[in-house]
Write a protein that binds this ligand. Structure first.
Ligand code: DQQ
Length: 475
C-alpha cells in the first residue's frame, strides 16, 4: 500500500514525476527561474528533461511546461542559464541561454538552448554540442556559466565537473570555449565531484569579498552518501585557487545536494537552493504523485570565525511574508528537564537565541515532534560547542544522528529552524552550521519545543511563526 504523502507548504516540489538537481537558475525581468532535473514519466530517475517553474518571491512557484526534452544528442543533464545582455551568442540581446550537459552513451558534452520570450519557449542550438571533453574524461558535466568582468568588458566563465577535478573554461560567445584551469580537490574515496558553482561572496561586517567554489560529492559526505562541500579562495577570471584545498561542508545533514546559485539577481544578492535529498535513498523516499523536494532558497555570505572564514546561510528574507501565527517568548530561564512549547503547525519558522543562565553551561535542544511520536531533535552542548541533529523514523533508512562543532564562541547561540511537513532545516551560529534532513511523520502537524538538560539555560528570545501555504505548492 502506498503511504499518503503531504506536499510541503513552502518548499518546491514538481507537479508529478521525479525531480533531482536544480538547474538553470537565473533571475530575469522580475522572475526567478527554477529548472530542474526531471523524469515526467516515473517516480524514479530516468530520461532527464528540464522541468520549469517561475517565482517572484522564491517561495510561491508557478509551474511552466517542460523546457528541454532529451534528443538524439543525449538526455539533458544539469547546467545553468544566463542572460546574454549584449547578444554575444547571436540569439538576440537579452536572450536567456541555457548551458547543459548532453548525456549520451558515447560520452558527455555541453550544449546550448535559448529563449527570447522570457523563458516560455526554448530552442536548442543547431550547432550543439559546443564543448567536448578533453581526452580521457568520462565525467564531464554540470556546467555553471556566468559573466566575469564589467558589463561592457568581460567574458563567460564555465566551471564544470571533470569527475575527480573541477574544470574551468572561458568563452567570448558561449559557443567557443578555451580551457583555463583545472583543480583537484581532495575527495572521499571513489567519489566524484558534481554540480560545481563559483561565486564571489561578501564577508560580514567588512568591505571584503572572497570567491567560493561549491560542489557536490557523490559519496562519503559528512552525513553519509552524497553531500555538499565548499572551498574559499581567489579567482582571477581564468582559474580558482583555494586558500586551503581541504573542503568544508556546506551542510552537515544528509539531505542537501547539487546546490546552485541564481545568476543575475538584483543587487547581486547571492541565493542558492539544493535538492533536499541523498542519492543513497532518493529513489526510496515515500512518494505517490511526485518524488523530490528542493530546500528553502538560502541567502549566502561569509562569516569570520575563530576557526577562519566560513560559508553562512539563512532562509531568504521573503519567507517572512509567509509567516502566519506568531508566538514569542522573551527572557526565560529553562530548568533542567523543563520543556517550553513554542507552537504546532505543518510548517513553521522558529528563531531562538540561547545564553548561559549561571556559571555552568547546560545542554539545550529544539525538538520537532509529530503526533505519532516521531521526532527530530537538535541538541546543543553549550560547554563543548557541539551540535547534533537526530531524526528518528520507523524506517532505519531515514534515521540517524549528524554532528558538527560550532566554529563561533558560544554562548550566546542563535538557531533558526525551518520545518515543513517532511523536512527540517537548521541554521545555527550565524548560519555557519546548517543541517538539512527529511522526515516522514504520519501526520504532518509538527510541534516545536525547547528543552534543557544538565544546568539551567537562558532563552533570550524564541519566536515561532507558522508558515502559510503558497499558491501552487499547496495544491
Ligand atoms: N545529476 C545529474 C547530473 C549530475 C547529477 C543527472 C547530480 O548532471 O551530475 O540527473 O545529482
Amino acid at each position: 500500500m502506498t503511504k499518503h504523502v503531504t506536499r510541503p507548504i513552502v518548499h518546491f516540489t514538481p507537479p508529478r514525476g521525479w525531480m533531482n538537481d536544480p538547474n538553470g537558475l537565473v533571475w530575469y525581468a522580475g522572475e526567478y527561474h527554477l529548472f530542474y532535473q526531471h523524469n515526467p514519466y516515473d517516480l524514479r530517475w530516468g530520461p532527464m528533461h528540464w522541468g520549469h517553474a517561475v517565482s517572484t518571491d522564491l517561495v510561491c512557484w508557478d509551474h511552466l511546461p517542460i523546457a528541454l526534452y532529451p534528443d538524439e544528442r543525449g538526455a539533458i543533464f544539469s547546467g545553468s542559464a544566463v542572460v546574454d545582455t549584449h547578444n554575444t551568442a547571436g540569439f538576440g540581446a537579452h536572450a536567456l541561454i541555457a548551458v547543459f550537459t548532453l548525456d549520451h552513451p558515447e560520452g558527455q558534452s555541453q550544449g546550448l538552448a535559448f529563449s527570447t520570450d522570457r523563458g516560455r519557449t526554448w530552442e536548442k542550438y543547431a550547432g550543439n554540442p559546443v564543448l567536448l571533453p578533453p581526452p580521457g574524461y568520462k565525467d564531464f558535466r554540470d556546467p555553471k556559466v556566468f559573466w566575469y568582468g564589467t558589463e561592457e568588458r568581460g567574458h563567460w566563465v564555465m566551471v564544470l565537473s571533470g569527475g575527480k577535478e573541477i574544470l574551468f573554461y572561458t568563452s567570448p560567445d558561449l559557443k567557443q570555449w578555451q580551457p583555463s584551469g583545472r583543480l583537484a580537490i581532495p575527495r572521499p574515496a571513489a567519489a566524484v565531484w558534481e554540480t560545481p558553482d563559483l561565486m564571489p561572496l561578501p564577508v560580514a561586517d567588512s568591505e571584503d569579498t572572497r570567491w567560493v567554489l561549491t560542489a557536490g560529492v557523490t559519496r562519503g559526505a559528512v552525513a553519509g552518501g552524497s553531500g555538499q562541500a565548499y572551498v574559499i579562495g581567489t579567482f582571477d577570471g581564468l582559474t580558482f585557487r583555494p586558500d586551503d584545498a581541504r573542503p568544508m561542508w556546506a551542510d552537515y545533514g544528509p539531505d542537501f545536494y547539487a546546490g546552485q546559485s541564481w545568476n543575475n539577481t538584483p543587487q547581486d544578492r547571492r541565493v542558492w537552493i539544493g535538492w533536499m535529498n541523498n542519492w543513497t535513498y532518493a529513489e526510496r523516499v515515500p512518494a505517490t504523485v511526485w518524488r523530490g523536494t528542493m530546500s528553502i532558497p538560502r541567502a549566502l555570505w561569509l562569516e569570520r570565525t575563530p576557526r577562519g572564514l566560513r560559508l553562512a546561510q539563512a532562509p531568504v528574507a521573503e519567507i517572512a511574508q509567509h509567516h502566519g501565527t506568531t508566538h514569542r517568548v522573551e527572557d526565560t530561564v529553562l530548568k533542567p528537564g523543563q520543556v517550553l512549547f513554542l507552537g504546532e503547525a505543518p510548517a513553521s519558522d522558529t528563531r531562538v537565541v540561547l545564553d548561559r543562565a549561571g556559571k555552568e553551561l547546560g545542554r539545550v535542544g529544539l525538538r520537532v515532534r509529530g503526533r505519532a511520536g516521531e521526532e527530530a531533535v537538535l541538541a546543543v552542548d553549550l560547554g563543548k560547542a557541539t551540535i547534533m541533529l537526530c531524526r528518528r523514523s520507523a524506517d532505519a533508512t531515514f534515521a540517524g544522528c549528524y554532528a558538527a562543532t560550532l566554529p563561533l564562541t558560544v554562548p550566546p547561540l542563535d538557531v533558526r529552524l525551518v520545518v515543513d511537513t517532511t523536512s527540517v532545516e537548521v541554521f545555527a551560529a550565524h548560519g555557519t552550521v546548517c543541517f538539512t534532513a527529511q522526515i516522514f511523520p504520519h501526520d504532518p502537524t509538527l510541534a516545536v519545543e525547547i528543552f534543557g538538560e544538565g544546568f539551567p539555560v537562558r532563552v533570550v528570545q524564541a519566536v515561532f511563526s507558522s508558515l502559510t501555504a503558497s499558491r501552487e505548492n499547496s495544491s
